[in-house]
Design a protein around this ligand. Sequence first.
Ligand SMILES: Cc1ncc(COP(=O)(O)O)c(C=O)c1O
Length: 418
Amino acid sequence: MASDGANQLAVNGGPKVRTAPWPARRLFGEEEKQATVALFDKYTSAGGVFGYNGEEEEAYCREFAEFLGGGYADAVNSGTSAVYVALRSLELEPFTEVICPPVTDPGGVMPVPMLNCIPIPADTAPNSLNMGPEQIEARITDRTSAIIVAHISGLAADMDPIMEVARSRGIPVVEDCAQSHGAKYKGRYVGTIGDVGAFSTMSGKHHATGAQGGVVYTKSEEMYWRARRASDRGKPYGIEGGGTNVTCSLNLNLNDMAAAVGSVQLRKLPRIIEGCRRAAHAVAERCRPLKAVEIELGLPETEGAFWFLVCKLDVDKVSVDIDTFVAALQAEGVPFGAHYTTPFTEHAWYKNRSVFGTSGYPWTCPLYEGDPDEAYPLPNRAEADRRLFIVKVHENVTDREADDIHEALRKVEGAYLK
Ligand SMILES: Cc1ncc(COP(=O)(O)O)c(C=O)c1O
């Protein structure tokens, strides 16, 4: 016999906490439309076409770098390309190892084997979706050539000790900021702490250049020029005297139309970040009295950007597993989710080594001096899968949604508390 509380759950046929749809983001509006129309008017009235690396893209890159406090930005066509170009700007030797996050989008890892480097997963910090310094250190070998740190969900990873580990070994750090535009760590924007930052600007993110896009950011002029060359077929940008194409790469440019949209979006970004923070704190405040669930607001001295909210379930206090708990939450009409991303080590491309035909490269190349079959256990990541779940928030989530998130959690927790 189910308890009264369990009978009331929507998953068991009880009334739902929420029947209204979740609010829409409405990221693009009249201003983005006008910026695009203005671009058409400017170029087509003169009989020309707009392209890339023009006034609009130059302005956007300047504004993006200014937003982060100065430095250099190269706009590219996706966040995946941004990670690729950021790695190219480090001039990694092939068949070296790059430490990668175990919780990330495939686009945050796939550039590594595309560069003939070996992706090595580090574990997450305990009860976190981000890698921690000890977990990174445990994976460093004399073959490690770079570390990619992702700030998942808009919560900053613990950058000071991570940079200490990296600097003490002379290993460069790429910050993957696809989910964390505007997040801060001890007063500094994420993306400005490592050697180079990679941002996604696709339309699901806090900041977008239209449908797809990305930005590579660095404080180093030299790395900036390397990034520019890597994102545009090795054109001799930044090289005195110019000459022919100096390196082999792809055409990963953004374009002036996307950049014009991006400039409008940059002006909206502070308000968007503020809205996400307000929503996160409104939910966390309401959830404080809960007994088995806690909302993660990030490490001390950080300011999250909250691309989604991470919720921690104390599995010892409830009588069901996370799948049952989250299924009950979803049935209440609120966008909760369990198991955020499958670790890349479980993807077919990684398991089958399917990157370059049937060669098994880069793992099987004789020039790789590590063990291509080495297993990399991720116990914290596995534990996070049992304990962490997410709920989608954004800048248009109001107190009403915060109330509904809390009410769904209260109701489900109440039904399943031991
Ligand atoms: C952490 C992370 N890295 C990289 C990417 C890839 O970005 P894009 O989809 O713009 O290629 C994403 C996309 O969601 C991401 O979340």
